[in-house]
Ligand binder design. Sequence first.
Ligand code: FAD
Length: 512
Amino acid sequence: MIACLGRIVQGTDADSIPEDDVSTISQSLDLQGTTIESGGITGVADKDFGGIYSVKPLALIKPSGTEDIARVVKAASRTSNLTVAARGNGHSINGQAMADGGLVIDMRSTEENHFKLLTIDGSPYLDVSGGALWEDVLKRCVSMFRLAPRSWTDYLSLTVGGTLSNAGVSGQAFRYGPQTSNVTELEVVTGKGEITVCSETQNSELFFGALGGLGQFGIITRARVKLQPAPDMVRWIRLVYSEFEEFTRDAEFLVTRGEGESFDYVEGFVFSNSDDPINGWPSVLLDPDHEFNPAHIPQTAGSVLYCLEVALHYRHSDHTSTVDSAVSGLLERLQFVRRLKFQVNVSYVEFLLRVKRVEEYARANGIWDSPHPWLNIFVSKSSIVDFDRTVFRKMLKDGVGGPMLVYPLLRSKWDDRTSVVLPEGEIFYIVALLRFVPKGPPVEKWVAQNHEIVKWCNEEGLDFKLYLPHYQSKEDWKRHFGNQWSRFVERKSSFDPMAILAPGQKICKRTN
Ligand code: FAD
């Protein structure tokens, strides 16, 4: 193992490195404060949240900063076969942050390197490390500056670089776009080991390439994130629908209205029309005092029901009656089942950390660490009714052991110069099948069901793209990127010509 590591320092005195001394290798690379652990003993770099794949790296590297990351990438480029995977918080599903026999860089060890508030043209921005967790960004921004990023993910124990390499989507994206639409500058270490600052106007190909770039063009070491004043409180509301057409009509109505004329957060999910504690009626409740009375479900309801989840921001200084009338003014236009409405008031930070509570519960029940064969798909508005009819109402009518999210997003809020690929049309839906599999059939069964769903989408000619995509063959990747494939290839040859970076995405093979 260590003998192989010696190869990464070709050109130095690698031959004199004692085979059992990893710190000597670290020194010979002249890495400032960086530690290297050999692959066999990491126990971190070969695991991810999905728990489906596991490959052993050669080593896990904990860099102290950007220069060290650049040195590691350069060293890998001097070998014939080494690859480098940035590992954010390892919350991928399909081994995307792993490197088989390669070097895994633990980005978390750089999380403290950047945290600076800036004002540019009167607007606030935060310079933050690629390895920082969004939950820390939230807590620090709100407590120190009473400011916060505008666009989030539902769960925040994810790194800035990890979500920006995909898109970063939650209930604010209809208004502000995904997280990739809310950064103005990046510092990136390319696959050539060059440290490059990039933005819309400076090295723009790298900037847009890295955003949603699946780690293929560079390692994001710093991001400049747009901020806004943080509200104090959130009215968090869930509304039940029995008809998909009414649910989508209302969701689309809310996401297409201007700021000040809609909620601040709009999401939705499908749940089983049953008393199943995980997949059914109880999954809608926001408070232990809430009760779901099935007598209110319309007779016409089918195997599944729909829940529109919305939230309105407000300040401590806002009078309750002001919030009440703003909420009722919006709700009166909607067609939900009137007696199946649930709401609570929570602090803004508590609202954004809501999935942390789910994590605590899942950890206590032993299902956080079990496999998660998740499937995320962007489905165009033109295909979503067919998707509901077959996938939600038939294939998944009993649920997936976790949330089945479905809510609309607006293509115009996404920058088509980034590497993300989307279905056609202005409105498309994110569908997230967030499976938790505590016991029962082996994980392969659920992976096979995911394949079946994707196969059905293809056979029926649905307009869709995988989000957090996972493919094994170049042909599938080509199809995924569609008419953006040539742009992908050009960017790859400019910024990572030897295909050193993010080998776990299985898009390109390492070359010499
Ligand atoms: P990792 O899994 O560590 O890495 C992901 C990929 O990015 C790898 O290819 C890796 O090499 C690369 N990478 C990591 N860091 C960098 C970097 N600094 N520079 C360049 N490349 C890098 N996504 C949403 O959009 N919305 C959600 O609401 C949402 N909720 C989630 C909830 C949970 C519980 C989980 C497990 C995932 C969720 N995701 C969500 C998906 C999540 O955004 C992605 O899986 C993301 O990649 C995870 O970030 P990470 O820091 O763990 O990245």
